[in-house]
Design a protein around this ligand. Sequence first.
Ligand SMILES: Cc1ncc(C[n+]2csc(CCOP(=O)(O)OP(=O)(O)O)c2C)c(N)n1
Length: 676
Amino acid sequence: MLRAIQKTLCAQRKMTEQTAAHRDLANAIRALAMDAVQQADSGHPGMPMGMADVATVLFQKFLKFDPSDPHWPDRDRFILSAGHGSMLLYSLLYLTGYADMTLEELKRFRQLGSKTAGHPEYGHASGIETTTGPLGQGLGNSVGFALAELSLRQRFGADVVDHFTYVISGDGCLMEGVGQEAITLAGHLGLGRLIVLFDDNGISIDGPTSLSTSEDHKKRFAAAGWHVQGIDGLDPEAVTRALRKARKVTDKPSLIACKTIIGYGAPNKQGTAATHGAALGKDEVAAAREKLGWPYPPFEIPEPIFTGWRKIGRRGKSARRKWAQRHAAMAEADRAEFDRRQKGDIPAVVDETIVAFKAKVAAEKPAWATRKSSQEVLEVINPVLPDTIGGSADLTGSNNTKTASMKPLTAADPAGRYIYYGIREHAMAAAMNGLALHGGIIPYGGTFLVFTDYCRPSIRLAALMGIRVIYVMTHDSIGLGEDGPTHQPVEHLPALRAIPNLQVLRPADAIETAECWQIALNSRKTPSIIALTRQNVPTVRHAGDGNLSALGAYILAGEPANPIRLIASGSEVQLALAARDLLAKDGLAAAVVSMPSWELFAAQADTYRNEVMGAEGTVRVACEAASGFGWERWLGTKGAFVGMKGFGASAKAADLYKHFSITAEAIAEAARRLAG
Ligand SMILES: Cc1ncc(C[n+]2csc(CCOP(=O)(O)OP(=O)(O)O)c2C)c(N)n1
């Protein structure tokens, strides 16, 4: 009897100690978050304070990571989709011992040049797996991370690929449309290694979420095929139990809705939107210290608590060492392939394949639509580049993104390399970011160029992060014809060209299409849009000159000495060539410039650009079946643009080109006028 009582008392004491230890660890996050936001006088303390318990349990007991090797390929991925709570991530990185996340960096939160930007930025500090802040993006990325893990595990085996993707998401991520797309896609694909921890605090910026939503998130996730739990997110035991359970569910992604209190610990403001996005204020910070039992000065983590966190940071070391042994024990060829894919190197055979393809089409001169050319290129690339995972947002037959040997990638067949993204353009683009960020995968995916609008927030983030994602955007102008103005992109090329570090590639024929694929595959730090026609176009190029598209623009016909330049991209290059013939009849010598990429041309030396465009004062007529916005950059003082001035119309492509005066005659006429 006595022994039983003693045992119970001992267990209770242990529990109390554990609870106290946990509280200290979690409070360290809370304190750092409120101190950094207070010091910066801007930022979001509420979310880190509310989710500190959840994050502590995750890092202490579950997350597989090693700060001494932040890029260890088999680490679990932690995605802070609620990016405004960046101090949660920065605190965790500092406390667990990531070398580049110092206390100094926390003190410089949100300042110029610090690693602690307002929202986590990929590449700024190790441990930041993706850039988040635009709500819903991280959740979308996480689908790609989980898919990459699934695909690579299938290829290389669970000995070297065996990890989870954990996400912290707030109400905002779940309200966003991209969130819903991501949820249903993940549920459909049965991504069992994806676990979302929902910060269910019922607060956003305007106030209680009841102001704007009354939906039952748990039921929504369940309806999408997720495993769903609801817990008290301030109770570490409940968090532990839920995570344990979620990890056991292998055929469904998991949602753990964690009831929390935003700004937990700030006695007068917790539970209100006042803690969401502003410093708590000196008095409230002091009161929170009191309430939390945290008597230490700002940014000071007392030794035992700091040591406790660093111990958590060392937890993954032995797992990583064991992984390194298994990696070393792989068959040599497999290991070399695994390492190559992790590095993102392209095998030499890919370039050789593209060169051979160009020679073949140069001889055959097919009149393919460039979307068809793109498919033909992919037919030869995909078999020699296992890194690619293709897909389309329900336009597979139109985007020509699926090649003969590709099978669908599903939970039942993870060896597949093609993703049917469904009509979820935004989640497709967000998932592609995750696939690229994970490493080992080169994602490409298609929709109509006009629907880049539906992908744009993720495209922008791919450009900001500097990652290799390839968008196969077909039906790239009024040339798509009868579907009409809703489907005809007009302002899209200029709008995409306005995104920094995005490569917009618009090839003229099969040879340029192959070159654009070569450029995109070799651009490790730049996403690429390949804009492709629905309609057939003639082969206008000969092969054998290397990758001329990589110059951005080049003289396709004529001489640098010619006094007139006719500049065009994609399907309008053939019009420029025809206009050149018309001008020749009048005794006017014009050079045709094919310009598949502004960005690449802008990067060339002045001398080359002057040679291609002619000296200042050269007559330049540009033609593109799109808005002319921005073309003035290339036209100089004697220039004209032939293109679209408004929306398109529903008709046959040939009729539309005539109707909108995008013709060889119009180009020739503009040149004559300027030359005369
Ligand atoms: C796409 C997008 N829209 C708007 C914002 C601005 N914003 C930042 S946080 C936030 C509210 C988020 O609420 P919730 O996810 O519940 O976070 P919490 O208030 O719990 O921290 C908004 C609207 C944003 N970051 N991204």
